[in-house]
Design a protein around this ligand. Structure first.
Ligand code: MG
Length: 417
């Protein structure tokens, strides 16, 4: 799964009544637009970002500098590049100009997401649900939330001054359109071009496709994904962001997993342990390189993420994994974790065997595994024990390993000081 993000931010925020456009309004130590971009900056599925700005935008360079100064959330994380373009008069024109900037890179069937610069509270779960529910859809859709209040139509255009009711609108089946909206690149470009050619300017992307007789999919999103329109919305957004930060510091987003693996000794002169080749009187019987320590580690990581076990992902019936370097399994598992916004806090690993001796290799194994996991060496512990001559391990028939890991959902970006 891969997608592009466009963010129309060229509106002047006329309804906001503040000194700066609403996307630059301060919010919890950052600006609204930084929060709006944050879920995408830490999503490895995001291939690139285009922001459409007002002509002569003086605020963006400061934001861009802060964004590029912030450290990636995890070692090896590739941040999607951000391109800034000048937007148009209308929102849909800004989106079209942002899409144009992707013309050389995006294929017609690529997914493109459009997210409002004034929506700072998009939850990771909502982004994941949108991507999952639309993955196989030919056209696309959008996050939306069912209308909860009874809806009234007023008879005058200025409700501030008090206005008589003209009608109560039937609420059943009414949804509020949120963002991100997500469409196939070629279809969205064509729909916007057709609308603009007819001098029509949709207020969201779905409408442009509806005008072509299409039926984009509504995907349920949280009402907390609010759009900043008034100063009151900023207070609400701050409370939502603070509640998430509180939740993560309380450990509600920690996950633990355990793994265990055994390999029988067989003919050979070495074995692989924690990615290191260690001379030994026997080798191990295995389809891959038989690295018990990395296999136990993979199982612990997969277990913590709720992703099953190593056998499901790298079956020993698959010729691709014959003699495979088990570090590839760890790298692949880490990629799966990263896609889900999970990172390793620490790993505690134990080798169970009469031989070989682990201690001469302990620090090298520790450094190698820390690097695979993208953590500091003091977050990895390598222990070894014999079984005092008892059982199959004690008889020297094989080698076993167990692993315990702790994962955390990646901290809200930008990192809180
Ligand atoms: Mg194994």
């Amino acid at each position: 799964m891969r997608y592009w993000l466009t963010m129309p931010a060229a509106g002047s925020g006329r309804r906001f009544g503040a000194s700066c456009p609403k996307q630059y309004a301060p919010l919890e130590g950052r600006s609204v637009i930084e929060w709006a971009l944050s879920p995408f900056l830490r999503d490895s599925r995001c291939a690139g970002i285009v922001v459409a700005l007002p002509p002569g935008d003086g605020e963006w360079p400061r934001v861009a500098a802060r964004l590029s100064a912030a450290q990636p959330a995890a070692a090896g994380d590739a941040r999607p590049a951000i391109i800034a373009v000048t937007g148009g008069e209308q929102r849909s024109q800004s989106v079209r100009l942002a899409l144009e900037a992707l013309a050389a890179q995006a294929a017609a069937t690529d997914w493109v997401l459009v997210h409002d610069a004034a929506r700072p509270c998009l939850a990771r779960e909502d982004l994941d649900r949108l991507l999952e529910q639309l993955a196989a859809h030919p056209l696309g859709g959008l996050l939306a939330t069912p209308a909860a209040d009874t809806l009234k139509r007023s008879s005058a255009p200025l409700p501030d001054s008090g206005s008589p009711i003209a009608a109560t609108v039937e609420r059943a089946g009414l949804w509020r359109a949120l963002t991100p909206q997500m469409f196939r690149y070629g279809r969205l470009c064509a729909a916007l071009d057709a609308a603009h050619a007819a001098q029509r300017f949709p207020t969201d992307e779905a409408q442009a496709l509806e005008w072509q007789g299409e039926q984009p999919l509504l995907v349920r999103g949280a009402a907390s994904n609010l759009k900043i329109t008034t100063g009151e919305d900023l207070v609400l957004a701050a409370a939502i962001l603070r509640s998430r930060d509180h939740r993560s510091t309380q450990g509600a987003h920690m996950r633990t997993g355990s793994g265990f693996d055994v390999h029988a000794f067989g003919p050979g002169e070495f074995l692989m342990l924690g990615g290191m080749r260690i001379a030994h009187s026997r080798g191990v019987l295995a389809h891959s390189d038989g690295d018990v320590l990395l296999h136990a580690l993979c199982d612990a990581l997969l277990g913590a993420a709720g992703l099953g076990d190593i056998g499901q992902h790298f079956p020993d019936t698959d010729p691709r994994w014959r003699g495979a370097d088990s570090r590839r399994f760890v790298t692949e598992v880490m990629r799966m974790l990263s896609e889900r916004g999970l990172e390793v806090v620490n790993a505690d690993l134990t080798v169970l065997a009469q031989s070989p001796k682990v201690s001469p290799h302990r620090e090298a194994i520790r450094a190698g595994i820390a690097s695979l996991l993208g953590v500091a060496e003091d977050c990895v512990s390598i222990k070894a024990t014999t079984t005092e001559g008892l059982g199959f391990l004690g008889r020297g028939e094989g080698i076993a390993a167990q692993a315990l890991v702790l994962l955390s959902e990646r901290a809200a970006w930008p990192p809180r000081s």
